[in-house]
Design a protein around this ligand. Structure first.
Ligand code: PMP
Ligand code: GLN
Length: 381
C-alpha cells in the first residue's frame, strides 16, 4: 500500500454500515436518508436514462448542470460565475475535495483544517504529500478557538479546508468565525477551500455564510458542494467546485485523470433539483429540523448531554451515561448490545482525547425509526 496512507484503515462508514447489516441494526451511523428526495429529480434521472444520455458526458460537466450551479450560486449567494470556466462537475464532493487539494498542494505544503474533520480530508491531504495542521472544536459548543487557529497557520500554509455546516458536529460557523478564517487566509496568502455540502440543511432561521461572499475572498476561494444531501441522493455522487477560472482549470487537470467524468444521466437530474423553488428547499430543511428535535429530545431523555446542531444530518452526544469510556469500542459493541449503529467522533480527530466518549448520530431517518432507536438506547441506562 502507499505509505502515505499507512495511518488510514477502512473508513468508519464502511465498518459501521457492515455492522448494521450484520446485526440488522438501525443505522444512525453513515449519513444517508431513508426516504427519497423530490419526485421531479428522480423523474429527470429516469428520463435522462430513457432519453439515451448514457455515454460519457463532457469532461467539465453537462452544460445544463454547469448553468444550474452558476444560477444557484447567484440566486442564493449573489456570486456570479462564468459556467464554462468557473464551474467544474465532479464525482461527488469527495472528488472535488481530492482534486482541489491535489491541484493546489505541493509536497510539504500545509493545509489548515478544524478537527473533528470529515475523514476524507486527512487521507486526501496525506495523498498530496501535504501536512495537516488542525484547530480543535470542543464539545459541547464547538466554538472556534482563535489562538489555536492562528497557531495552525504558518508561512507554509497553502490552503484552509473549511466545512460549514460542519460534519460531524452539526455546527454552522458564524459570520465572525468565517471572517476570522478568511482574514487569516488573506494574511498568509492562502486559498480557502470550502466544503458546503450541507449548505441547505440549516435550522432555526440561521444563515449559511459562504466564504466566497466575503470582501476580497472571491479570488481566493474554491467552493465545493454536491447534490447528495440537498436532494437525498447520496448514491448519485454528483458534486461540483466553483471559483476563479485559473484555479478551476488546475482542478480540472487533476480531475480528468481521477475519474475523467461521472454520472452522465444524474447530472441533468441534479440540474433539475437546483432549479426547484425556494419553498422546496425550505420545506426540506424544516423537516430535518423536526427530526433533529425528535432525536435531541430522545437522547436527552435517555440521559445524554447533547450539542444541539444548527445544521447537517448529525448530532453529537456524550455517551458516557450509557457506559461508554471509549466511543470507538462502545460503537463497535452497540449494534449487538442495542441494535443501533452510531459513529465515534474520535475517528475524525488527531487529538483523540478531545472526543473520548463522543458519539455521532444521524437523524436523516423516518420518525418511527428515530423513535425506535431512542427507545433502544434508553434501555441501556
Ligand atoms: N463533505 C462532507 C462534510 C460530507 O459529510 C460528505 C459526505 N456526504 C462529503 C463531503 C462527500 O460528499 P459526496 O457524497 O458528494 O462525495
Ligand atoms: N458523509 C456521510 C457521513 O459522514 C457518508 C460518507 C461516506 O460514506 N463516506 O456519514
Amino acid at each position: 500500500a502507499n505509505p502515505r496512507l499507512a495511518e488510514f484503515g477502512t473508513t468508519i462508514f464502511a465498518e459501521m454500515s457492515a455492522l448494521a447489516l450484520e446485526h440488522d441494526a438501525i443505522n444512525l451511523g453513515q449519513g444517508f436518508p431513508d426516504t427519497d428526495g423530490p419526485q421531479e429529480v428522480l423523474d429527470a434521472a429516469v428520463s435522462a436514462i430513457h432519453g439515451g444520455r448514457n455515454q460519457y458526458p463532457p469532461g467539465p460537466g453537462v452544460p445544463e448542470l454547469l448553468d444550474a450551479v452558476a444560477a444557484h450560486q447567484e440566486r442564493f449567494y449573489g456570486i456570479r460565475l462564468d459556467p464554462r470556466t468557473e464551474v467544474l462537475v465532479t464525482a461527488g464532493a469527495t472528488e472535488a475535495i481530492a482534486a482541489t487539494v491535489l491541484a493546489l498542494c505541493e509536497p510539504g505544503d500545509e493545509v489548515v483544517t478544524f478537527e473533528p474533520y470529515y475523514d476524507s480530508y486527512a487521507a486526501t491531504i496525506a495523498l498530496a504529500g501535504a501536512v495537516r495542521r488542525t484547530s480543535v472544536l470542543r464539545f459541547p459548543d464547538f466554538a472556534v478557538d482563535e489562538a489555536s487557529l492562528r497557531a495552525a497557520f504558518s508561512d507554509r500554509t497553502r490552503l484552509v479546508l473549511l466545512n460549514t455546516p460542519h460534519n460531524p458536529t452539526g455546527k454552522v460557523f458564524t459570520r465572525e468565525e468565517v471572517e476570522l478564517v478568511c482574514a487569516l487566509a488573506r494574511e498568509h496568502d492562502a486559498w480557502v477551500v470550502t466544503d458546503e455540502v450541507y449548505e441547505h440543511l440549516v435550522f432555526d432561521g440561521l444563515t449559511h455564510v459562504a466564504a466566497a461572499t466575503l470582501p476580497g475572498m472571491r479570488e481566493r476561494t474554491l467552493t465545493i458542494s454536491s447534490g447528495g444531501k440537498t436532494f437525498s441522493t447520496t448514491g448519485w455522487k454528483v458534486g461540483w467546485v466553483s471559483g476563479p477560472g485559473e484555479a478551476i482549470a488546475g482542478v480540472r487537470a487533476v480531475k480528468q485523470f481521477l475519474t475523467y467524468v461521472a454520472s452522465g444521466p444524474f447530472q441533468p437530474a441534479i440540474a433539475r433539483g437546483l432549479g426547484l423553488g425556494d419553498a422546496r428547499y425550505a420545506a426540506f430543511s424544516r423537516s430535518l429540523q423536526d427530526k433533529r428535535d425528535l432525536l435531541v429530545a430522545g437522547l436527552r431523555s435517555a440521559g445524554l448531554q447533547v450539542c444541539v446542531p444548527s445544521g447537517t444530518y448529525f448530532v453529537v452526544a456524550d455517551a458516557a451515561p450509557l457506559g461508554a469510556s471509549d466511543a470507538l469500542t462502545f460503537c463497535r459493541e452497540l449494534p449487538k448490545r442495542a441494535g443501533v449503529v452510531a459513529v465515534p467522533v474520535s475517528v475524525f480527530h488527531d487529538d483523540k482525547d478531545a472526543a473520548r466518549t463522543l458519539v455521532r448520530f444521524a437523524f436523516c431517518k423516518k420518525d418511527e425509526v428515530l423513535r425506535e432507536a431512542v427507545s433502544r438506547l434508553a434501555s441501556l441506562t
